[in-house]
Design a protein around this ligand. Structure first.
Ligand code: C2E
Ligand code: MG
Ligand code: MG
Ligand code: MG
Length: 278
């Protein structure tokens, strides 16, 4: 009897697997279609000065409203896009759109703020990445001094020499660099001294655990100090409440993002906020 049951379990398992597999295949072709038919949009989340509460920048975040399945989060489709070779095209679109939006905000009379774009490891390794960034800056009229590129620790681990060279080139153009999801990668911290970065973004998992896990407060403090030691500005991600904000303020964290200030918003709503400050 046990064997039969085991067998059933296995066939249920394979059924489940093949369902997931089919789902994946569907999503693949949907991603291609979504790109072709312009179904992607960008939302922008304010990055705020911890001490003055002013918006100093926004982070562009891709959004996909699927015709039948509703909203599909980037954490689900970006890895698939990387795998099926669509990330370069999507990433190029994101960068161009964010740069165009910066110019539109400028034209509306808003004071300029930094615009950050997430770049995946796969995009970063493409030999044409740098020339693509240059081309987009030129073509959109983006001021590179307001462009920030967010990369994760893991993505800078590959191709170190070339990577440093490219980062230096970006910096010499005026572009800023951030390490996103800081603390979650597998890398050693040696890169902090080797790489020409400007910002460290403490991953939201640490911020979330602040009042739940003992030791989290110490980790956050240490990360802020570490960043400052290397002359970097430190950003806390995922700040959802006043208590956390006052903790990071006491620790002299520089900037924060999170639902406490604002969720990611569409461009027009950001424009209103920017104009209110201008
Ligand atoms: P990320 O770059 O670390 O972005 C922060 C994520 O945290 C965003 O999720 C944002 O909506 C969310 N978030 C911000 N504040 C809070 C908060 O207070 N509470 C909670 N629970 N969440 C908060 P989102 O937009 O779903 O993006 C997830 C990840 O997908 C991003 O993490 C980034 O790694 C990737 N991603 C998003 N847009 C792009 C893109 O255009 N290109 C690439 N390559 N990756 C992207
Ligand atoms: Mg990011
Ligand atoms: Mg992050
Ligand atoms: Mg991330």
């Amino acid at each position: 009897y046990g064997k039969v049951q085991g067998g059933n379990r296995i066939s249920e398992y394979t059924n489940e697997k093949s369902k997931q597999y089919n789902e994946l295949i569907l999503l693949e072709s949907d991603i291609r279609k979504a790109f072709k038919f312009n179904e992607f949009t960008l939302s922008y989340q304010p990055k705020v000065d911890v001490h003055t509460n002013e918006i100093v920048g926004v982070e562009a975040l891709i959004r996909w409203e699927h015709g039948k399945k509703g909203k599909i989060p980037p954490s689900l489709f970006i890895p698939i896009a990387e795998e099926i070779g669509m990330i370069d095209q999507i990433g190029e679109w994101v960068l161009r759109e964010a740069c165009k939006q910066f110019v539109r905000w400028q034209e509306s009379g808003a004071n300029p703020v930094m615009v950050a774009v997430n770049i995946s490891a796969v995009e970063l390794q493409h030999p044409d990445f740098l020339s693509r960034v240059k081309q987009i800056i030129k073509e959109t009229g983006m001021d590179p001094n307001y462009l920030e590129i967010e990369i994760t620790e893991n993505s800078v681990m590959q191709n170190t020499e070339e990577c440093i060279e490219m980062m230096n080139e970006l910096r010499s153009m005026g572009v800023s660099l951030s390490i996103d999801d800081f603390g979650t990668g597998y890398s050693s911290m040696g890169y902090l001294q080797k790489f020409p970065i400007n910002y460290l973004k403490i991953d939201q998992s640490f911020i979330k655990e602040l009042f739940e896990e003992s030791g989290s407060a110490e980790i956050i403090k240490a990360m802020i100090q570490l960043g400052h030691t290397f002359g970097l500005k430190v950003v806390a991600e995922g700040v959802e409440g006043e208590q956390i904000l006052s903790f990071i303020r006491n620790q002299k964290c520089d900037y924060y993002q999170g639902y406490f200030y604002s969720k990611p918003l569409e461009a027009d709503l950001i424009e209103e906020k920017l104009l209110a400050f201008s």
